[in-house]
Design a protein around this ligand. Structure first.
Ligand SMILES: C[S@@+](CC[C@H](N)C(=O)[O-])C[C@H]1O[C@@H](n2cnc3c(N)ncnc32)[C@H](O)[C@@H]1O
Length: 218
C-alpha cells in the first residue's frame, strides 16, 4: 500500500540524489530491498515513495527515539505495510537524549537477524550506530551517515574498507575491497570536502550563531 502524505528529508537535493542512486543500484539484484534507518522523519516518507514509484519492493525498518515524533510519523505512514517503525524512548523527557545509553535503540536491529542493503544513520548516537551497522550489512550493502562533517563522528570511518565523503555532510561506507590507488583517491576527495566544509561553511555558521545570540538578548 502506498503512503499518501509527503514529507521531505532534512537533506540537500544533492544528498537525496545520492541516496536515490544507491537505492537504484542496490535494487539491480532483483530481490526485495532491506533498508534500516536510525532517525525517522521525512526520509521515511520520501524514499519509500521513491521506491514505490520505481516499482522496487522493500522493507524499511525505521528506528526512532522521540515518542511524540514517532507517533506522528507512524500515523502518517500507517498505510504503508513495507515500513516497520520501532520506538526506543529512554523516557527521560529529554528531546536530544545525548546523555542516555540507548543500548536498545542501537542494538535492536541485530535481534531481527537479517542483513540490510542500505543503512541510513540520521538519529541519535550516530557513531555507535555506524559501528553497529558494520555487522548488519549485506556484502554489497552501504551505510550512509548524515551530518558527517561533524568531526566527532569521523573516528569510525576507518572501520570500513571503502569510505568516502560523498557530499559536504554525507559519508558513505561499504565493506567492498578497494585498490590502494582508489583508496588514495577517496582519501583525497574526503580531505578536500573536509577543507571545503571547514573553511567555507564553519565560519559562516559561527557568525550566524553569534548574530542569533546577540539578537536573542533583546
Ligand atoms: C536530523 S532528524 C532526521 C530525520 C529523518 N531521517 C529525515 O531525514 O527527515 C533526526 C531526529 O530529529 C528529530 N526530529 C526531526 N524533525 C523533527 C521535528 N520537526 N520535530 C521533532 N523532532 C524532530 C527526530 O527525533 C529524528 O529522529
Amino acid at each position: 500500500m502506498v503512503n499518501t502524505l509527503g514529507r521531505t528529508p532534512l537533506m540537500t537535493a544533492h544528498e537525496i540524489r545520492i541516496m536515490q542512486r544507491e537505492l537504484l543500484r542496490l535494487s539491480k539484484n532483483g530481490r526485495k530491498l532491506e533498508i534500516l534507518e536510525w532517525g525517522s522523519g521525512g526520509s521515511t516518507h520520501y524514499f519509500t515513495k521513491f521506491l514505490q514509484k520505481e516499482g522496487i519492493e522493500y522493507e524499511w525498518v525505521s528506528i526512532e527515539y522521540n515518542k511524540d515524533w514517532f507517533e506522528k510519523i507512524k500515523q502518517e505512514v500507517s498505510l504503508d505495510t513495507g515500513i516497520k517503525m520501532y520506538l526506543f524512548d529512554a523516557g527521560n523527557g529529554s528531546l536530544k537524549q545525548r546523555h542516555t545509553e540507548m543500548d536498545e535503540y542501537i542494538q535492536f536491529p541485530r535481534t531481527l537477524e537479517k542483513k540490510f542493503d542500505l543503512i541510513f544513520v540520521d538519529g541519535r548516537k550516530r557513531r555507535r550506530c555506524v559501528l553497529e551497522a558494520k555487522s548488519l550489512l549485506t556484502p554489497d550493502g552501504v551505510v550512509l551517515l548524515h551530518d558527517a562533517q561533524r568531526k566527532y563522528y569521523q573516528c569510525v570511518f576507518k572501520e570500513f574498507s571503502d569510505s568516502s565523503l560523498v557530499g559536504p555532510s554525507l559519508w558513505r561506507g561499504t565493506h567492498k575491497s578497494v585498490s590502494f590507488l582508489y583508496a588514495l583517491w577517496q582519501k583525497k576527495i574526503t580531505f578536500l570536502f573536509g577543507i571545503y566544509f571547514n573553511y567555507f561553511f564553519s565560519p559562516v555558521r559561527s557568525l550566524v550563531k553569534k548574530i542569533y545570540h546577540i539578537f536573542r538578548k533583546y
